[in-house]
Design a binder for this molecule. Structure first.
Ligand code: FAD
Ligand code: NAD
Length: 477
């Protein structure tokens, strides 16, 4: 029963407390699941404890980071590249407060957009933290609601390292790195993954000297080796400093900043380095705090992720889970796909996700994008494959843009020519990967891409040329 309604003398009607679906968490997994369920005629509520909808992605993740990446990229262009295009400016200067306001405005308009979509689709937003006291029940504050289906979409939270305390002032997570009020002189980023590199790009463009410390022997460890190598080469040219195969053993606050102690990953002499700001970007962990999973008996794995079957069902009837809180890549579009497919299943339809075809994009300049298998995976699996590669340097449009770094690499089955993977580093890689993903969805071949007419002059021609190169017949190299 809704306590705030009781207080003003109303008795809550059954229809306000009973739903077909209650989704807990309004990130891209949860809010999309709620929208699709409502579209399909299911009476839907979504519980969110933040003051705004949209989850990590819209509030402290994808959207604010992309707003700062875009703005800092413009700043860097104005400072370093306008002159190449014959544009003279006075001294370019930074108004960090205004740049942060741009980011905050973008977040605000996006989160309000989800509120609008909730109203449009008649989704009830239950404000507060939700828990599951029993099968078929969700508790929010003092109120208990009933649901035929409960969807856990509570996402993820920052992971840290033992002995390192994130204070969001000098030792920050991505959340703090999106809120700095001053450009640091020296920033150390622990973790050469996606967050580490995107945030390193933002703050180095704005003037910080940035060192990235990565435990593995390459940045972006899960990516295709050639792409990781090329990315490191390009980012180094842009001014980032890398310490690979290195682990941080201590982070200590000092009067003026932070002192880090590092050691080679495989043992050796310790080193120290100083920083004004340390960003800890070593991954994220599933978030299930206070949901009451133990009470209701929902199983989690050894990494705290909720265990689900191929249909997002947990081991408890009527309770499902999607997004960052379950296994798989922690990506907004993966969470969204799961939200849609689950809602459709709950409405009696069927659905399927090919997890091999979830593209990954790093929004640095140039962008890095991938889909399907890496060359290393194909080797490990003993698959006989062909490689087609084409550099942006040989593309007219890339030259016109002054964006000649990088290449497209397509991997295809040696016998059938079916595309098995694609890896791009270059301008608009995140957009270019979509064509290859669509071809792969249809089980297409590199010849299918090569025979498709691509407009000239476009960056997409690099994709076509890489597809031609699979068969050894690129035209412009
Ligand atoms: P979340 O977005 O984490 O949402 C979960 C929601 O549940 C939260 O709002 C939380 O408040 C709420 N919640 C939790 N527990 C409860 C409870 N008990 N009751 C009520 N509400 C609760 N991915 C991309 O694909 N592209 C990107 O460019 C990208 N950039 C990123 C940049 C950063 C800095 C970060 C941190 C992440 C980024 N990601 C990106 C990852 C992306 O944000 C996540 O994969 C995505 O948000 C996961 O969606 P989700 O719905 O599973 O969970
Ligand atoms: P990540 O897994 O991408 O990178 C973490 C990095 O830290 C890895 O390279 C790992 O080897 C390294 N690392 C781990 N322990 C270390 C240690 N002790 N010392 C040094 N390095 C160490 O995780 P992330 O960058 O924190 O991002 C978290 C999640 O958010 C990812 O799953 C990512 O998919 C998602 N995300 C996506 C985007 C995007 O799609 N553009 C952007 C940001 C975040």
């Amino acid at each position: 029963m809704c306590s705030h309604i009781q207080k003003i003398g109303f008795k809550m009607s059954k229809s306000n407390t009973e739903f077909d679906v209650i989704v807990i968490g309004a990130g891209p997994g949860g809010y999309v699941c709620a929208i699709r369920a409502a579209q399909l005629g299911l009476k839907t509520a979504c519980v969110e404890k933040r003051d705004t909808l949209g989850g990590t992605c819209l509030n402290i993740g994808c959207i604010p980071s992309k707003a700062l990446l875009h703005a800092s990229e413009k700043y860097s262009e104005a400072e370093n590249h306008f002159a190449d295009f014959g544009i003279k400016t006075g001294k370019v200067s930074l108004d960090l407060k205004a740049m942060m306001k741009h980011k905050d405005d973008v977040v605000d308009s996006n989160t309000k957009g989800i509120e609008f979509l909730f109203k449009k689709n008649k989704i009830t937003w239950l404000k507060g933290a939700g828990s599951i006291p029993a099968k078929g029940e969700v508790k929010v504050g003092k109120d208990t609601y009933k649901a035929k289906h409960i969807v856990i979409a509570t996402g993820s939270d920052v992971a840290s390292l033992p002995g390192i305390e994130i204070d969001e002032k000098k030792v920050v997570s991505s959340t703090g790195a999106l809120e700095l009020t001053k450009v640091p002189n020296k920033m150390v980023v622990i973790g050469g993954g996606v967050i580490g590199l995107e945030m390193a790009a933002v703050w180095s463009r704005l003037g910080a000297s940035v060192t990235v410390i990565e435990y593995m022997n390459k940045i972006l460890p899960p990516m295709d080796n050639e792409i990781s190598k090329e990315a490191q080469k390009i980012f180094k040219k842009q001014g980032l400093d890398f310490k690979l195969s290195t682990k941080v053993t201590e982070v200590k606050n000092t009067k003026s900043g932070v002192k880090l102690t590092t050691e080679p990953a495989n043992g050796g002499d310790a080193e120290t380095l100083d920083a004004d700001i340390v960003l800890v970007a070593v991954g994220r962990k599933a978030y299930t705090d206070k949901l009451g999973l133990d009470k209701v008996g929902v199983k989690t794995d050894d990494r705290g992720r909720i265990e689900t079957d191929g249909h997002f069902k947990t081991n408890v009837d009527g309770i499902y889970a999607i997004g960052d809180v379950i296994a798989g890549p922690m990506l907004a579009h993966k969470a969204e796909e799961e939200g849609v497919v689950l809602a459709e299943m709950l409405a009696g339809q069927s659905g399927h996700i090919d997890y091999n075809l979830i593209p990954g994009v790093v929004y640095t300049w140039p962008e890095v994008a991938e889909v399907g298998k890496t060359e290393e995976q194909l080797k490990d699996e003993g698959v006989d494959y062909k490689v087609g590669k084409f550099p942006f340097m040989a593309n007219g449009r890339a030259r016109a843009m002054g964006a000649i770094d990088g290449f497209v690499k397509i991997l295809a089955d040696a016998k059938t020519d079916q595309v098995l993977g694609a890896h791009i580093i270059g301008p608009e890689a995140g957009t270019l990967i979509a064509e290859i993903t669509a071809v792969m969805e249809f089980g297409g071949s590199s010849e299918d891409i090569a025979r498709t007419c691509h407009a000239h002059p476009t960056l997409e021609e690099v994709v076509k040329e890489a597809a031609l190169a699979v068969d050894g017949r690129p035209l412009h190299i």
